[in-house]
Design a protein around this ligand. Structure first.
Ligand code: ACM
Ligand code: ZN
Length: 764
């Protein structure tokens, strides 16, 4: 039996004032203020400092926010009142232009904070807090006074909308987790939280008139039989909205329609065209079963739900989704076809527009503005008041602005999808795909050149990053994906392009920024060490190996070769290492502020070429064994009764189920194994990759994907030194749905190529 080789992707010292350029390069504030002018001297902040405010409740709230933070985070208590030697004044000043603009005047005896609104004062307070050392957050007793350099800051945002989207549908986030992100994001002047509350995989908002939405629609039975879910009560929502309001964050709720509504349909099957009983979707991707726009009951439902949601969300924006809604079911539904005929429509896409238009006017009657993903442009007739969120690249946003729509830019192509990888996928937790580095996020300009050229730049209201949570199984992974990219987003959204400077931003992130995130208790991405070329955890060599280490953005790398865990005091990597015996290279990146990435252990193993197999008489093909049922672990399958043994001609025969079954419902899960021989053309080290769960060569486990949260992307590779000739191969496949990923979506192939450490990491 043989398988063939498989596939082979101005200091101008004028009265002590420094030039703007020289000054802002020392400024730690993120996002970078529009203008900072330094003066000589410093303000001393201590328990002796007094504060006061003028301008009513807005000024009082901002002052109390600032004083509360100082007390809570740094144990410094300011007294309310006047002081001739150390005071901070928060002042509503209607002469300042711009609702969120502020001025911060720090002189040696007094800090004066001025803004037109409470939001502006709040942002000034956030900037002032960032002028205090982040360490004080972690060790409040470390200082009893802080010295803040005298300076004058004039600041205002570039965009009115600065947003982040959270998705508790795929993986739930507790009220406390959501509030924690709101507080951290507000530190960086993010002012909108788009809360994606309904989707195929879970309905997350209590609607009293439709209790089954949460009794049924909030819970799914996963592929492994476990129950997953959760929802927010209306009290929970009020708590989050009030908390957000105190941080000047508007919550934009999203109620998806007409697609991405399987959880609601599971609760109330009459909402779909066929009315069939169903369950919330347990796999990722796009669901074919959607709301029926033909029946009035669908609109009664949507309006009832909106009626309960509106009082919970007092903001002006209401997101109705509108993305990824297949129209197949509408084509064969009597009600949909009757509606289409009655309205003289020619295309099903017009039914989608019909839903958006009806709900848009209902929202308008209640004083709200509709926001939708860029598909809401399809079918035509979109009211110009609708705001289009451009996610499929920038095209939707450009088209919409040409049609006089306001737009929000959130293109997956330009780094705004924080569910994408942020460094080499081989060293990252599983992500959805794509690549969105800190630099890519920072480099994004939300106003496309075409809109600048044709005078339509003002239609761009702002920018948003999306944290779709298919691959954010817990809040730690969400934070790892969100920070520090959200800080880059904040600067994209707030700072005028001419004041942006990536190198300076990186300096701020790697120092005060990372430290502050750390003390705020947020997980964050500190670039893990990568190998240049082939990035593997286990590298086989026969003679010697050269180790070239790098990070996605330049950081100091430390390493050990003696098995000890590296620390900041370990040897700094400066040049490629030559390894001549089996060695564990333990390495980590250290930020200038001292925070360290996760430690990677790379096992370099010296092997002699594995002997070829002793074979008897062979015939073409492989042996396949099958076991019925769902298996959480690929080990010890043999302890179970095998249901089938047969000859197959390809490894891909492991995948016996239909890949095209969209919902993957009713499939009988199974485990399978193929064994046979692989023909190695010449002596050497070979690299293997597979989405299958285990790969054995000559009885040695070369790939073990059983620890991956989701078995995909050919992420785990293995190497083995082999003599030319036939070698035993055994591959194990587990058929089932693992954390939303049906292994049946994979091709079950094994890829093999001669290994070179300099080789590409990409199999495509
Ligand atoms: C989307 O990512 N489906 C808006
Ligand atoms: Zn229908």
């Amino acid at each position: 039996m043989t398988i063939r080789n498989l596939c082979f992707g101005v200091i101008m010292a004028c009265s002590g004032i420094l030039s703007l350029q020289a000054q802002t390069s020392q400024c730690p504030i993120i996002p970078r203020p529009q203008e900072v002018r330094y003066a000589q001297g410093a303000f001393q902040l201590s328990d002796a400092t007094c504060y006061r405010y003028s301008g009513g409740q807005e000024a009082r709230e901002a002052a109390e926010f600032f004083v509360g933070k100082l007390q809570k985070d740094m144990r410094i208590s300011l007294r309310k009142g006047k002081s001739k030697t150390s005071e901070i004044l928060f002042c509503i000043d209607k002469t300042i232009e711009g609702d969120e603009a502020y001025r911060l005047d720090i002189s040696d005896l007094r800090v004066e904070v001025r803004a037109k609104t409470g939001a502006g004062l709040y942002y000034a307070a956030q900037s002032l807090l960032q002028l205090l050392p982040a360490e004080a957050l972690g060790n409040p007793a470390s200082a009893s006074a802080f010295s803040i350099p005298c300076q004058h800051i004039i600041d205002a945002p570039r965009f009115a909308y600065r947003g982040v989207m959270l998705d508790p549908c795929r993986h739930f986030l507790s009220v406390e987790d959501v509030k924690a992100q709101i507080e951290r994001l507000a530190t960086y002047k993010i002012n909108h939280l788009h809360w994606h509350l309904t989707d195929d995989q879970g309905w997350r908002v209590e609607i009293k008139k439709y209790p089954l939405l949460t009794e049924v629609g909030a819970w799914r039975t996963e592929g492994d039989g476990s129950r997953y879910g959760g929802y927010y009560t209306q009290d929970d929502i009020r708590e989050v909205v009030n908390f957000a309001r105190r941080h000047h964050v508007e919550i934009v709720p999203e109620l998806e329609m007409p697609g991405h509504e399987m959880a609601a349909i599971a609760a109330y099957p009459y909402l779909s065209c066929k009315g069939e009983e169903t369950t919330p979707r347990i796999i990722w991707g796009v669901e074919d079963v959607v709301l029926c726009p033909g029946r009035e009951t669908t609109f009664t439902f949507l309006k009832d739900v909106i009626d309960e949601m509106l009082p919970l969300f007092p903001g002006t924006l209401f997101h109705i989704g509108g993305d990824e809604s297949p129209r197949g079911e509408w084509a064969t539904c009597d009600s949909c076809q009757a509606r289409k005929q009655a309205l003289g429509y020619e295309r099903e896409s017009q039914l989608q527009s019909y839903v958006i238009e009806r709900i848009g006017s209902y929202l308008a009657q209640h004083g709200r503005r509709l926001v939708g993903w860029d598909e809401i442009l399809e079918g035509g007739g979109l009211d110009t008041s609708a705001i289009v969120m451009s996610w499929r690249g920038e095209a939707g946003g450009i088209t919409a602005a040409r049609m006089n729509h306001h737009v929000l830019m959130t293109p997956s192509s330009h780094g705004m999808y924080f569910d994408q990888f942020q460094s080499n996928p081989s060293v990252e937790p599983m992500a959805i795909g794509g690549y969105s580095t800190l630099k890519k996020v920072y480099s994004y300009d939300p106003v496309p050149a075409e809109l600048k050229e044709n005078g339509r730049a003002h239609y761009v209201m702002g920018v948003q990053a999306n944290c779709w949570s298919e691959y954010m199984l817990n809040v730690g992974t969400l934070e790892y994906r969100l920070y520090p990219r959200a800080l880059a987003l904040a600067e994209v959204a707030w700072t005028q392009p001419e004041n942006k400077d990536y190198a300076d931003f990186e300096r701020r992130v790697d120092n005060e920024g990372a430290r502050r995130l750390h003390y705020m208790g947020a997980a964050q991405h500190i670039p893990p060490v990568e190998q240049e070329g082939a990035c593997l955890d286990h590298v086989v060599f026969t003679d010697s190996a050269i180790v070239r280490l790098t990070t996605v953005r330049p950081e100091r790398i430390v390493y050990t070769l003696n098995g000890q865990t590296p620390t900041a005091a370990s040897v700094t990597y400066t040049e490629p290492l030559v390894i001549t015996k089996t060695t564990d290279v333990k390495c980590a990146a250290i930020l200038p502020c001292g925070l360290m990435s996760p430690v990677r252990t790379i096992h370099y193993e010296k092997q002699s070429l594995s002997e070829t197999a002793r074979t008897g008489k062979l015939r073409p093909g492989l042996m396949l064994k099958k076991w019925e049922g769902f298996y959480a672990s690929p080990f010890r399958l043999e302890a179970n009764k095998c249901s089938e043994v047969k000859h197959v001609d390809r490894i891909e025969a492991l995948r016996l189920q239909n890949k095209r079954n969209n919902a993957m419902r009713g499939l009988a899960d199974y485990a399978a194994e193929v064994s046979g021989y692989v023909s190695i053309p010449t002596d050497g080290v070979y690299e293997f990759a597979t989405n299958n769960v285990l790969l054995w060569i000559d009885g040695t486990l070369v790939i073990d994907n059983s620890q991956l949260t989701t078995p995909r992307h050919y992420i785990n590779k293995g190497t083995r030194a082999l003599k030319s000739g036939l070698h035993e191969i055994k591959v194990v496949f587990l058929g089932g749905i693992y954390n939303g990923w049906p292994s049946y979506w994979d091709d079950a192939a094994v890829k093999m190529r001669p290994f070179t450490a300099e080789g590409t990491n990409n199999w495509q």
